[in-house]
Design a binder for this molecule. Structure first.
Ligand code: ASP
Length: 214
């Protein structure tokens, strides 16, 4: 489980590699508010969450764990984690990240992203979601939460790329489409500008989005 959170004043929090933390974004929020460390990973992140009284426990379903145990040895021999992940996704197509962007009455933006990672990846793999600039980014102009095929989003630092395009004056919808084209198939995003303009774009078969004002 991985998550990250960033606000338009430049603060950020990110958590990676905490398989027993059901709500990693809550720990990311703690880090953002503490404004000392940006990113924590592994067992010490879990210990901190427990110390803060956050829920700790097994999130993976028994079916997912059984599938992983059955296929892992063969997958390691064939160096084919991608094949294992693809097979899992074919059987469980409606899984995915949760992303959120928000704008408050003072014009402050925040963006957050949380995921269980890509299905059936090798333990220790870190994707785009906890990496500030890859799965999440926020400036005073735009907040971005982006997900999909984490490896490609990560190497493109796609969320920051979108924010940079908007900063250069590219309209939000155009910037969103351009970034998805650059990342390639299998990605989607929500982005919210400081004027309340919103982009919801994907090049996946589905990715549900919603918008609410209050
Ligand atoms: N972007 C996530 C990752 O690669 C996967 C997902 O939830 O779509 O870790």
């Amino acid at each position: 489980l991985d998550a990250s959170l960033m606000s338009s004043d430049g603060r950020a929090g990110a958590v990676a590699q905490v398989p027993l933390l059901p709500h990693p974004v809550s720990l990311a929020r703690y880090l953002l508010e503490q404004d000392a460390h940006v990113m924590l990973a592994g067992p010490e992140a879990l210990t901190l969450a427990a110390r803060l009284g956050q829920d700790v426990g097994i999130v993976a379903t028994p079916a997912k764990i059984a599938y992983w145990q059955e296929h892992l040895d063969e997958t390691c021999r064939r160096l084919d984690y991608a094949g294992m992940a693809a097979a899992w996704k074919a059987e469980n197509p409606r899984l995915g990240t949760v992303g959120c962007v928000a704008l408050d009455a003072q014009g402050r933006l925040a963006a957050g992203t949380s995921t269980g990672g890509t299905g059936q990846c090798y333990p220790g793999r870190v994707g785009d979601t906890p990496v500030i600039g890859a799965g999440t980014y926020c400036t005073p102009r735009v907040g971005v939460s982006l997900t999909g095929v984490g490896e490609r989003i990560l190497v493109k630092l796609a969320a920051k790329r979108l924010a940079d395009l908007v900063g250069d004056g590219v309209p939000l919808d155009d910037a969103a489409r351009r970034v998805l084209d650059e990342v390639g198939p299998g990605a989607g995003l929500v982005a919210l500008g400081a004027e309340g303009e919103m982009a919801q774009a994907r090049n996946t078969p589905f990715m549900a989005t919603a918008r609410r004002s209050s």
